[in-house]
Design a binder for this molecule. Structure first.
Ligand code: IFM
Length: 798
């Protein structure tokens, strides 16, 4: 069963059955302001921080997602009313036609009902903190129609804790007012606690008080003001506030009208110029096309054309979009993560940064510096921190968007908790992010940039990298394998003083990145030192972690191996095996066996399970994972994020058919017509899909806010299609299914465009026989070309 389809030409996902099993969301905004909105326009918007500066309210975890950013229409001749998005009025879908198009940073809601067609496009211009609703109404009937149109949003207390738990002050410190077509909302105790709402028309009515607009014992489904056809003109100091503006219209047969609504950050003085600007539809169109150009630029860095249509749509549009949304809005704004946290998760941000190096090098660099500042002198990263804590620009200042009365500046002890808080993998990911950034941009000088440590002192970026590698070398258990500490990548595997196989493999991978970089810049002393470290890590791994057919997952504090052939539960794990192979620790024989075991024990038609069989008995030596229901999240679900690690491992083995089998199983696109099982958005990877040990096997949960989109993009483009930059050349080394005859990749790298056509006449998975650029033979790779130039590359596999 399907609820929509991919419209690649418009780069939209079209939901033509809007009653999806769960809300299907989109992210609006690319800068400081961001709205998370569903296919029914339910959702919320925040400015900079979903935790401290929420603008509109959202009632989380409710049976129906409410409220949202709604437009109501009323037939003033009959009194009948509906909304442009299907919800909140929720008209009978057999009588009204609804559609939602989720595009790149905008959503378009449309309906046809009762002879009136209406469309509401919501977007946020590139550099202005204002949410625009571009509304078009048309009378398709043969008689003049008297209509009323109403906007509706509900304002939120800015701090999410106050909004959800304690209203005893906020409720009496929030106020609204109306003047000259502009509603202003304020939080009296905040210096900069203002928002406004306005429209391109002179309103015929308004309400600023939620309860006056909705009416007692009613909700967004049936507001009394809409039912009666008159707003009440309410506003007040104290209470719950909304922005309802009403306009009465007469539309002649065939006539249409275009209206703008605007929700903005700041005092009412900032509203008037915005109102004037966006009352001109040409400016609305310009802002919308600027947004499209912003995405054109990003997506154009890499476009593919392969025999796998799902892969094309996903890589060309949705995976990169998901990765960019993650890097923009961290992981804390969705319908699941409802803004309860702000800040950077060290490991997540490092990986996110790595995966968008090609489309967003500036952001990647910014994150690298922020993460370096979040690294301690000892070499571990702060698991969760606010970049502002360590940003010289913010020193001694409150974040301007926070309430000065409530958020204290944290002390050093509050910021840096010591090693007890450290996760064993966090900082290792940063090494790869730095290396990929330099490969992408060629900016080797980044390594010499001085950056502070979180707990004082400073060093170059290169020195930060060495501290990270040294920390992992020091923090080892009796066997020489890295300690698990609070957790490794798997938050629920809490091995403490025990050892994590995955982290030692990761350490080896990070060392390979560092060594390649050090060789490139001629740091012989460091090369010598870290080559020795790498050899030691490799030996420790191969001496201690091999179980005969696969690699174990770790060793508990009491010395018990987990993930062995003797285990009845948690026998095989994806992380250790994929990383043993992808990192280069495993020799060919072991690598083949390990990945065959992954296929044998973990493969399902919806992707690879994280571990199998799931744990059913609690065991605190292993960690919280054993207290999670079988088949759910970290306990035996199809956790999306590590799946691409297995594709990379298969690519390293040259097994393109197996890699593509894994890839296709997880691909959300391939579940577009299985929504009765998947339930969630088919245009976004979800954090996890219920595993075989759960009754809801195949049900996906937690869209967008997961590193899976970024990793899928990174793995598929760089290791399956095989186009990846090195420090001074571009590599083309595909690993594809044998039945692919050819494919194309257009890659922009360091300002030059490479149109790469790969042919596979002999039906192989791996191996490049010849490579030519602009008619000249190349010796295995593509040297850097001048920025601004265009090149045709012809690759023959065999
Ligand atoms: O690796 C973590 C991530 O940091 C947060 N979400 C869950 C993942 C696996 O535990």
């Amino acid at each position: 069963m399907r609820y929509g389809y991919f419209d690649d030409e418009n780069r939209e996902y079209v939901i033509d059955h809007v009653n999806t099993p769960v809300p299907w969301t989109n992210y609006i905004g690319v800068n400081d302001m961001c709205a998370v909105l569903s296919q029914s326009a339910d959702g919320y918007v925040f400015y900079k921080s979903p935790q401290y500066h929420r603008i509109t309210r959202f009632r989380p975890n409710a049976p129906i997602s409410r409220p949202g950013h709604y437009v109501y229409l009323r037939d003033d001749d009959t009194g009948e009313y509906w909304s442009i998005s299907w919800q909140p009025v929720g008209k009978d879908l057999t009588k009204a036609k609804y559609e939602c198009r989720h595009g790149l940073s905008y959503s378009k809601y449309s309906c046809e009902y009762n002879g009136i067609s209406a469309c509401q496009t919501i977007f946020i211009p590139l550099n202005e903190p204002v949410e625009l609703w571009d509304v078009v109404l048309k009378n398709n009937s043969s008689r003049p129609r008297c209509l009323s149109i109403y906007s509706y949003i509900e304002f939120s207390f800015h701090q999410i804790d106050m909004d959800n738990q304690n209203f005893q002050m906020s409720l009496y410190a929030s106020g609204s007012s109306y003047a000259d077509g502009i509603i202003e909302y304020d939080l009296y105790y905040e210096e900069s606690g203002y928002q406004w709402f306005t429209s391109s028309f002179e309103p015929d009515g308004f309400d600023c008080l939620r309860d006056r607009f909705l009416g007692a014992y009613r909700d967004e489904r049936n507001p009394i003001a809409v039912e009666r056809g008159e707003c009440t003109g309410s506003f007040e100091k104290t209470g719950n506030h909304c922005a309802a503006l009403q306009k009465k219209l007469v539309l002649q047969p065939g006539q249409d009208i275009r209206i703008a609504f605007l929700l903005g950050e700041g005092k009412r003085e900032t509203a008037a110029p915005m109102r004037e600007k966006y009352s001109d539809p040409a400016n609305v169109d310009r802002a919308f096309s600027d947004l499209a150009a912003f995405w054109d630029e990003k997506l154009s860095k890499l476009q593919v054309n392969t025999p796998n249509q799902g892969m094309n749509t996903s890589l060309n549009i949705w995976n990169l979009y998901q990765a960019e949304v993650n890097i923009m809005f961290s992981r804390f704004a969705s319908f699941i993560e409802v803004g309860g946290r702000t800040g950077l998760g060290f490991r997540d941000t490092s990986q996110d940064a790595m995966t968008i190096a090609s489309s967003n090098p500036e952001k990647c660099r910014q994150r690298i510096i922020e993460l370096c500042r979040g690294l301690t002198q000892q070499g571990y990263g702060l698991h969760l921190f606010q970049p502002e804590w360590f940003d010289p620009e913010f020193q001694g200042k409150q974040q301007s968007f926070k309430s000065p009365t409530v958020i204290p500046t944290p002390s050093m002890e509050e910021k840096v908790h010591g090693i007890k808080d450290a996760c064993s993998d966090d900082a290792l990911w940063l090494i790869a992010a730095i290396s990929e950034y330099i490969k992408e941009t060629g900016e080797v000088s980044l390594l010499d940039e001085m950056v502070t440590y979180a707990d004082g002192g400073e060093g170059t970026v290169y020195q930060h990298m060495m501290r990270i590698l040294d920390f992992s070398a020091e923090q080892v258990g009796a066997t020489g394998i890295c300690k698990g500490l609070r957790a490794d990548w798997n938050d629920c595997l809490n091995l403490g003083g025990g050892e994590s196989a995955m982290v030692s493999f990761l350490h080896y991978w990070a060392l390979q990145h560092f060594l390649a970089l050090s060789r490139f810049i001629g740091k012989t002393e460091e090369v010598e030192k870290y080559e020795k470290m790498a050899a030691k890590v490799k030996k420790a791994c191969n001496d201690n972690l091999w179980d005969g057919e696969w690699y174990i997952r770790g060793i508990t504090g009491s010395g018990r191996k987990i993930g062995t052939h003797d285990d009845k539960e948690g026998k095989v794990h994806i992380e250790s095996n994929a990383w043993a192979v992808f990192s280069g620790v495993a020799d060919l024989d072991r690598a083949v066996k390990a990945m065959d075991s992954v296929d044998k024990y973990l493969y399902t038609r919806y992707g690879l399970m994280l571990n199998a069989p799931s744990y059913t008995k609690s065991d605190d030596e292993i960690g919280f994972v054993t207290r999670v229901y079988p088949g759910v999240k970290e306990n035996g679900s199809i956790f999306s994020h590590p799946n691409p690690w297995a594709w990379c491992a298969e690519a390293a083995l040259g097994r393109g058919d197996r890699a593509m089998k894994f890839y296709n199983a997880l691909l959300p696109y391939n579940q577009n017509d299985k929504i009765e099982v998947r339930q969630s958005e088919p245009y976004s990877y979800c954090q996890f899909v219920m595993g075989k040990d759960h009754t809801a096997f195949g049900r996906a949960r937690h869209p967008f806010m997961t590193g899976s989109g970024g990793w899928a993009y990174f793995a598929a483009t760089r290791y399956l299609l095989g186009v990846r930059p090195d420090f001074d050349h571009l590599i083309v080394d595909p690993c594809i299914p044998k039945d692919w005859g050819s494919f194309d990749v257009t890659r922009v790298w360091r300002g030059a465009v490479y149109r790469i056509h790969v042919e596979n006449p002999c039906g192989v998975s791996k191996g490049v026989k010849t490579m030519e650029m602009d008619g000249k033979t190349l010796s295995g790779w593509i040297p850097v070309q001048k920025a601004g130039t265009q090149h045709s590359v012809h690759v023959v596999m065999g």
